[in-house]
Design a protein around this ligand. Sequence first.
Ligand SMILES: NC(=O)c1ccc[n+]([C@@H]2O[C@H](COP(=O)([O-])OP(=O)(O)OC[C@H]3O[C@@H](n4cnc5c(N)ncnc54)[C@H](OP(=O)(O)O)[C@@H]3O)[C@@H](O)[C@H]2O)c1
Length: 341
Amino acid sequence: MKAFLIQEFVSNPSTIKPSNVPTPAPNPDQYIIRIIHCSPQHADILHAQGKHQNNNRKKGWCFPPFILGYDFAGVVQTTPSNGSSSRLKKGDRVFGAAIGAFAECICVSESAIRRIPDRLSNETACAMSGQAVSYAAVVNIAKVRKEDTVLVSGASGGLGSVCCMVAKVLGAKVIALAGDETKAGHMRRDMGVDHVVVENDGWIEQVLDITGGQGVDVVLDNTGMVNDAIRCLAYFGRIVILGFAARKGVMEEVKMNKLLLKSATVVGYRFGESGRRYPDELQKIWDGYLGLLESGKLKPMLFRKYEGLDDMGRALGDLAERRVYGKIVVKVADVETSSKL
Ligand SMILES: NC(=O)c1ccc[n+]([C@@H]2O[C@H](COP(=O)([O-])OP(=O)(O)OC[C@H]3O[C@@H](n4cnc5c(N)ncnc54)[C@H](OP(=O)(O)O)[C@@H]3O)[C@@H](O)[C@H]2O)c1
């Protein structure tokens, strides 16, 4: 099969080309999924560069040689051979997340995949599968209410754009932070947020002006800007740390007195680990998130068209160069489906 094989870490993942590799053999408890779409994200770039905590030689994760990629949607080709009672059957449409998704096939256990609801297309499921974290951060962790003003950093990105959309569904006022004016223009047109503020000199003053000097009630931080978030924050405000997309691996330091002075709450949220520890909660998160997608209240914001694994280099380049707003979905194979949204 064709796959995006990492033979050694690369500084520029957009230069990698797909190669032919042996089709993987499933363990007895694994499904083989034929991949129809896959979706690159920030972490894939770090994985390819060897800069992510998952690049772990001892555990064998993301250590060369490995196939890059995480989010995918596809069709069940074979079910587990160990006779375990599986919820899924051959031909079912599924989406999921597992290292090795930039390929024509992937072997996964049942915990890595979910059935795509009938009303959702494979493309939508693939684009949105990685952002249940955003739903959970807004609804369960920040507990956003309709009277809140919410600031989202990295708002053009996969997580950030869905944080904005979910907060809008809850009725909150949303301020989206954008990296440049070009992106901000697209975001003003397509995202339905209340304000898009470009991160240039004076952006914090703009946020304070928008809130009449009060500051925002909630910050959803996808880029690593807690110090700036505190400056934008209202008294008793809350900050949810989701990621560090802008930090290039160097973490910031925060003076604790700044938190005390605003009675601020800062909370980190690690979606994958939370789900492993609290599977019942995870199921509720997926039910709520998929419910919003099925009702059409949440819709993917797709960036450009990408066809075939040969186009993955261009996709990763666009992501690394910060050209993307919303999500990239790469179509890997042509398969007819009857879904609607
Ligand atoms: N907490 C969790 O469970 C969890 C789960 C998945 C991912 N994450 C993390 O969350 C963060 C966001 O992930 P994502 O998938 O939304 O990423 P993404 O789609 O690449 O979006 C990140 C956004 O951050 C902004 N940004 C600012 N400085 C940047 C820089 N130097 N390089 C790249 N982007 C920069 C970009 O917007 P502008 O150019 O407009 O500024 C970009 O749209 C990542 O750190 C990821 O590892 C956390």
